[in-house]
Design a protein around this ligand. Structure first.
Ligand code: NDP
Length: 270
């Protein structure tokens, strides 16, 4: 779908939707993510560019680059790969990205727009969670949805999206008392904690839907989610695997956000 939209955009404008990725320093995990994004763009016929800056780049230099990308008409989406080195203020960096090019949806104004029910660029992982639930035809209206994890990039926006879809949403975090009991009442569970297999299979209500956002690398090198997959799958009606669930859908949603940004900026209906 993204590739088709990219072709349509190219037909209408004479250029391909463009995603620009800024990376400061040489964090090995970030390097893998950036390379994956480039590959995804190639496959989906988007234009992409990487801006790799040395770890000692100053705040002024980084903001100057972002200002240049904000002003460049061929740039539709800008993401700054996080984490940035400690001497840089990540919030300031994110706030400097033009709202309409903020395809990660991390800009506080985009988060505020989501909260206010206004059109917003929504972060890719929460968007991907909803897309997976929709593809799985999981009903949300009036259902008890429990979100475990309250980060600004996953837990909070996913809770907003579920609320928007008329679910009754409970948010849990590290201070939540009796998490197992709360999860047992959930028709829909979103696990976004970052602790391997902490949500036990027997917490899952029979027939529930489970979205596992967690990506945890064990010492053995195995990548596992936040949910005990086999035991949970035995009770759940529907569950996303790790790897191969939310991760790839998050990547797809970044491409979709870039397409949306490109069409909106060019004032072409999608
Ligand atoms: P954060 O570390 O920012 O947030 C984790 C949340 O989990 C916090 O709200 C924390 O609570 C809560 N938490 C920690 N311990 C417990 C506990 N024992 N019981 C209940 N809640 C707890 O993580 P992110 O939201 O950034 O990421 C969560 C997971 O999702 C990670 O594994 C990450 O790798 C993965 N992820 C996957 C993506 C993908 O594309 N598939 C994208 C983004 C993230 P408190 O606020 O009280 O500290």
């Amino acid at each position: 779908e993204v590739a088709q939209a990219a072709d349509l955009f190219a037909e209408k404008t004479g250029r391909r939707p463009g995603l620009h990725v800024v990376m400061v320093g040489d964090d090995p995990a970030s390097d893998v993510y950036v390379r994956n994004k480039r590959r995804d763009c190639e496959k989906s016929r988007l234009a992409s560019a990487e801006h790799r800056l040395p770890a000692d780049t100053s705040g002024e230099q980084l903001l100057a680059l972002i200002a240049r990308l904000n002003a460049d008409d061929a740039v539709d989406g800008i993401i700054v790969q996080l984490p940035v080195p400690a001497h840089l203020d990540a919030n300031l960096v994110i706030e400097s990205i033009a709202l309409e090019k903020d395809v990660d949806g991390f800009h506080p104004a985009n988060l505020g727009r989501l909260l206010a029910g206004m059109p917003a660029m929504v972060a890719c992982t929460p968007l991907g969670c909803l897309k997976l639930l929709d593809e799985g035809r999981v009903p949300l209206r009036g259902k008890n949805a429990v979100v475990v994890g309250r980060s600004t990039i996953v837990g909070k926006p996913v809770a907003q999206l579920l609320l928007k879809r008329d679910a009754t949403v409970t948010m849990c975090h590290s201070r939540t008392v009796d998490l197992p009991e709360i999860v047992r009442r959930a028709d829909v569970v979103i696990a976004a904690v970052g602790r391997p297999r902490m949500i036990k299979g027997d917490w899952i209500k029979p027939g529930a839907a489970v979205v596992d956002v967690g990506m945890n690398k064990l010492e053995t090198g195995e990548l596992v989610g936040d949910v005990e997959f086999e035991a949970a799958a035995a009770r759940a009606e529907w569950i996303t695997p790790v790897p191969g669930g939310v991760g790839p859908m998050t990547r797809a949603c970044l491409l979709e956000n870039t397409i949306r940004a490109a069409f909106a900026r060019a004032e072409i209906a999608l």
